[in-house]
Write a protein that binds this ligand. Structure first.
Ligand code: GLP
Length: 248
């Protein structure tokens, strides 16, 4: 695992966006591998990265015609049209602004009647594209990755996850009131994240300092889901000074 501490959130976004742009530009589709497969997060942290990707697309530097995406998670019970669903977030911040074909976008269906069938099909879909090439992620204040809360097994695949009180509290800032935050979600698992060929975690702001410290410097434990990445041979935490504060 590598750790980079940059000056501020702008530098974090521009470094990560540059890497993605470079990977998209240099990707040469073949019959065996027609698509570059990206795993994508939601949250406030990746928004500046998405802005730079949109800009690069508008400047005709990149096209998403050969890109397939898998989002990390979705709230259970929120329809795609709900303005706090991750479907909606992705449409507003990325997919609605670039040239990715609709059938190359994958997001778990929070309204699925049979949750376990939905989760199983998602894993199979990821496998059918040969796995995730680059998994981008944010990190929760409690060290969660996607919606894998502390205590989730490192062996977990895509599953339904009950959200902790802390996550509900933290995420309530986006809802009118705390009671509106769904109490569970569908999420890719920690094994799903771990199997990505490369994992890039973005962390900005002092609120993430403790989670970053525990993930990077403390022993690997299921109590801190992101600590699993210490064992990944191609993972990197890209932090600003606030999030990297405790590492110095
Ligand atoms: C949510 C998402 C996570 C995300 C986290 C951090 O709980 N499920 O995938 O990493 O929030 O969000 P933010 O970037 O807004 O701090």
């Amino acid at each position: 695992m590598k750790v980079l501490i940059l000056k501020n959130a702008d530098e974090v976004a521009s470094l990560v966006a540059s890497e993605l742009i470079e990977r998209i530009q240099s990707f040469k589709p073949t019959d065996q591998k027609p698509f570059l497969v990206l795993g994508l997060p939601t949250g406030s942290t990746p928004i500046p990265v998405y802005k730079l990707l949109v800009q690069a697309y508008q400047n005709k530097e990149i096209s998403f015609k050969n890109v397939v995406t898998f989002n990390m998670d979705e709230y259970k019970g929120l329809a795609a049209e709900h303005n706090q669903s991750y479907h909606y977030f992705m449409q507003e911040n990325l997919f609605g602004l670039i040239d990715i074909p609709r059938n190359q976008i994958h997001i778990l269906d929070g309204m699925a009647k049979d949750t376990s069938a939905e989760c199983k099909a998602y894993e199979e879909k990821i496998a059918s594209f040969g796995g995730i090439d680059i998994q981008l992620a944010g990190i929760g204040e409690n060290g969660h990755l996607a919606f894998n809360e502390p205590g989730t097994s490192f062996q977990s695949l895509t599953h339904e996850q009950k959200l902790t009180e802390n996550t509900i509290e933290v995420n309530s800032r986006f809802f009118e009131k705390k009671e509106d935050v769904p109490t569970s979600a569908l999420t890719i698992g920690l094994k799903t994240v771990f199997e990505a060929k490369k994992v890039i975690v973005l962390a900005t702001g002092e609120k993430k300092a403790e989670a970053v410290y525990k993930s990077v410097r403390m022993p690997v434990t299921e109590n801190c889901p992101a600590s699993i990445l210490q064992e990944h041979e191609n993972s990197v935490f890209v932090c600003d000074e606030g999030a990297g504060k405790k590492l110095k």
